[in-house]
Design a protein around this ligand. Structure first.
Ligand code: 3PG
Length: 211
């Protein structure tokens, strides 16, 4: 299943990061972003009730081929909890081998955050499926090739500061997909309850990925 989930993320091209969204808005926001053409949604686990939110989004998109996972998973108990709630992948900003091993035990894709070769190798040796290059904005697209030089053709998803303006550069540099939060999730529109605008903003990002 982890391989299928990985393929689904690659097909989507973008992993949308949903962070700090209210209980009553998470489902319509997820639907709007999926309707925009996003096939991979990450609900972050830093807020309260992350497991419930993941389960709710999972239910909402059950009739689609979208994959729903968890982000900002900083420890193994949180990984176990979000996997129990139905997370199909687990993303983190850091490299935590216990989180990676918990995912492996459950056959769930893990994408730990890495910046340096040491972190990348630690993550790969622990069994990580994909490396989230984070924060991408401080190093830029060239960092992907620089890591792949000595490490081979590892699957990298740059995240942090990826926008419609620079997304093509990350794909040209070898990204298998990108992660995006503020540039794809229109938080002002969410505050206004304008789900049409949420969809349109996400669709603009998807257009940039497809170009
Ligand atoms: C996050 O921390 O929410 C993600 O890494 C996304 O970052 P971004 O808002 O810069 O895309």
């Amino acid at each position: 299943r982890a391989r299928e989930v990985s393929e689904r993320i690659v097909e989507s091209g973008v992993l949308a990061v949903l962070r700090g969204i209210d209980e009553d808005q998470i489902v319509p926001v997820a639907r709007a972003i999926h309707d925009a053409g996003v096939g991979a949604l990450e609900v972050t686990a830093d807020g309260t009730r992350a497991a419930e939110q993941i389960a709710a989004v999972d239910r909402e998109l059950a009739d689609t081929d979208a994959v729903v996972g968890a982000g900002t998973v900083l420890d193994a108990p949180t990984a176990a909890s979000v996997i129990d709630a139905g997370a199909e992948f687990v993303v983190a900003p850091d490299t935590n081998v216990e989180v990676i091993r918990t995912c492996n035990r459950h056959g769930v894709l893990s994408a730990p955050g890495v910046m340096t070769p040491t972190e990348a190798v630690t993550a790969m040796e622990a069994g990580a499926d994909i490396l989230k290059m984070f924060p991408a904005k401080t190093v830029g697209p060239a960092h992907i090739g620089a890591l792949q030089g000595p490490l081979g053709d590892v699957d990298v998803i740059p995240t942090g500061g990826v926008s419609p303006d620079n997304v093509a550069d990350y794909f040209d540099a070898g990204a298998i997909a990108v992660g995006a939060g503020s540039a794809i999730v229109d938080y002002d529109a969410i505050t206004d309850g304008d789900m049409d605008l949420v969809r349109e903003t996400a669709a603009s990002f998807v257009d940039a990925v497809d170009d």
